[in-house]
Design a protein around this ligand. Structure first.
Ligand SMILES: C[S@@+](CC[C@H](N)C(=O)[O-])C[C@H]1O[C@@H](n2cnc3c(N)ncnc32)[C@H](O)[C@@H]1O
Length: 372
């Protein structure tokens, strides 16, 4: 196994010393499922939340075929494809959305536990609704990211739960006897006069983040752009709250909302439908603004992703600002809200152009940067 693991990379996600493509939890999930997988037939195995392909390709390398795999982040899905061709294992799996197509008939599910309990509830319910009654879910993670509440969520949908011994700060939960399954449905709330929809694990859930609130309070009265050729862009849209707000506040405006997360995109699409603005808002799953032409946009909004791993935080924002700079036309504006402690202003000045502070409270700063 280790010979293929050595070849796996995180690319196109950020890469840096200390950021790995395979970790001890991946190895434990594979080891704990090895006996079960040895008896598997084609199509028996489903993988959910693989990070960069270690679980899918580890199973394929051991002989599995017909694997259905779902990765929330498009960068993870693309890394899996790149890793598969690097180790010669394309064709052993296919990527499937987190919906009723994913788990029918599954007998073995390899699951990297999500951090969000609501995301775990959606996944566990989906497996219980569609997998074979004999299914075994081998769910693992780093102990520091696990909690006993995860056992409780799994116990809502499985009659039997066994817990592995810890190894290298990782642990596996084995869930059997599926029951009470259900397809995911989004949480719903009315926020700032908008209908908001959030599947489990979407940023802030069906609520308005306080940073996002500060940004909405200060967006311009009459923004540039907003035509079908030059839509207002809600980058890293999460549930789509900023995009939905712009489409309803700026009557008739066209909006493009994008996020790399499948959960976010499903939530944003549901938000637009619930507000009856789906014909004016395009929602896309993409890594940053990959599908947008250069020098094409007049206005982009952004509440950038924040990760607790410092190395990731330091690498993501400059990448996003560089892509924003590529997509803005000269004179185009980036409206950005950020945690004041992150001191993004020099980065914004360098990547995009002159940057003014529009608002600041105890925690957040809102800036507008104009593309030079
Ligand atoms: C702080 S949340 C903001 C969500 C929403 N705009 C709001 O204000 O509620 C950041 C979002 O960035 C998304 N994200 C992270 N990396 C991304 C990438 N490379 N490309 C696009 N979106 C990304 C995350 O999935 C998450 O939904």
């Amino acid at each position: 196994m280790s010979e293929i693991f050595d070849a796996l990379r995180r690319w196109p996600d950020v890469e840096a010393p200390g950021l790995v493509a395979v970790d001890a939890a991946d190895r434990l999930i594979l080891d704990e499922s090895a006996e079960l997988r040895a008896a598997a037939r084609s199509g028996d195995i489903v993988v959910i939340n693989d990070a960069y392909g270690a679980l899918t390709l580890g199973a394929a390398h051991a002989g599995a075929s017909g694997i259905r795999t779902h990765i929330d982040a498009i960068t993870g899905e693309r890394a899996l494809e790149a890793n598969a061709s690097r180790v010669g294992l394309t064709g052993h799996f296919r990527s499937v959305p987190l919906d009723a197509e994913l788990a029918p008939g599954a007998r073995i599910v390899l699951l990297r536990l999500p951090r969000s309990l609501d995301a775990l509830r959606d996944i566990a319910g989906l497996i219980a609704a569609h997998a074979d009654p004999s299914v075994v879910v081998v769910a693992g993670g780093r102990i520091k990211h696990m909690s006993v509440s995860m056992n409780e969520v799994l116990s809502e949908f499985f009659g039997r739960l066994d817990i592995s011994l810890a190894r290298q700060k990782s642990r596996v939960l084995l869930a059997r006897e599926p029951r009470d399954g259900r397809d995911p449905s989004p949480a719903a709330a009315r926020v700032e006069g908008l209908e908001l929809r959030a599947y489990g694990g979407a940023f802030a859930g069906a609520r308005l983040d306080i940073g996002t609130r500060l940004l909405l309070e200060h967006l311009p009265d009459a923004p540039p752009g907003g035509t079908s050729d030059d839509p207002l862009i809600d980058l890293a849209c999460g549930t789509g709250i900023i995009g939905a707000w712009m489409a309803t506040t700026y009557g008739g405006a066209h909006v493009y909302a994008c996020d790399q997360s499948a959960i976010a995109v499903a939530s944003a699409k549901a938000t637009m439908l619930a507000n009856g603005i789906e014909s004016r808002v395009t929602v896309a799953r993409d890594d940053m603004l990959g599908a947008r032409p250069s020098a094409s946009a007049s206005l982009i909004t952004l509440n950038p992703p924040f990760h607790s791993a410092a190395a990731v935080t330091d690498l993501i924002a400059p990448r996003m600002f560089a892509d924003v700079a590529r997509v803005l036309r000269p004179g185009g504006q980036l409206w950005c809200v950020w945690n004041s402690g992150l001191k993004y202003r020099p980065l914004l000045e360098r990547a995009i152009g002159p940057t003014e502070q529009v608002a600041r409270n105890a925690k957040f700063t809102v800036t507008v940067s104009t593309r030079r």
